[in-house]
Unconditional design. Structure first.
Length: 166
């Protein structure tokens, strides 16, 4: 980003979309590893379901780029890279599988919160730029991210955290 020029809200919007595309692409690579390491079938299924959603979200971002006339490729989301590294560290920790599952949920929720912030911001920029169709696409993804965060929270509170405590 240091070499980009941000002279308008449209420039900033384009940067945000490229950043989100990179984030989703990185997450597409990370989620199968998280699903594989999850000892809870419910958590494994949540990761697998979110992987399929993430692929669709990436396609939606490609559609946003097409509508707006720019390529979504070319950026590297440093924040997602860091969040995924933290998740990878969790995957490699030794110990009780149930405790690791709780840690995987925490890592995944950090990712979801980052994505919710990004999609909320991009949606608002799209609205301000009069890109209502684009704003609707981004809102759809934002709602999916919120549902995934809630699902992870429900799994943690309703199951995993109690097992990790024992």
């Amino acid at each position: 980003m240091a070499t980009e020029k941000l002279n308008s809200l449209k420039d900033l919007f384009e940067h945000e979309i490229k950043d989100l595309y990179s984030a989703e692409s990185q997450l597409t690579d990370a989620l199968p590893k998280m699903a594989e390491k999850a000892s809870s079938p419910q958590l494994r299924q949540a990761f697998e379901t979110h992987l399929e959603e993430t692929k669709r979200q990436r396609e939606r971002l490609e559609k946003v780029g097409e509508i707006c006339g720019f390529s979504v490729k070319g950026e590297k989301c440093q924040a997602m890279e860091g969040l995924i590294k933290e998740g990878k560290d969790m995957l490699e920790m030794k110990g009780d599988d149930k405790v690791r599952d709780a840690g995987l949920i925490a890592s995944a929720q950090r990712v979801e919160h980052y994505e919710m912030a990004g999609y909320g911001t991009a949606r608002t920029y799209a609205q301000q730029l009069g890109l209502n169709d684009v704003a609707d696409l981004l809102e759809q993804t934002l709602n999916e991210e919120k549902r995934t965060d809630q699902k992870l929270n429900d799994i943690a509170v309703g199951n995993i955290n109690q097992k990790a405590q024992q």
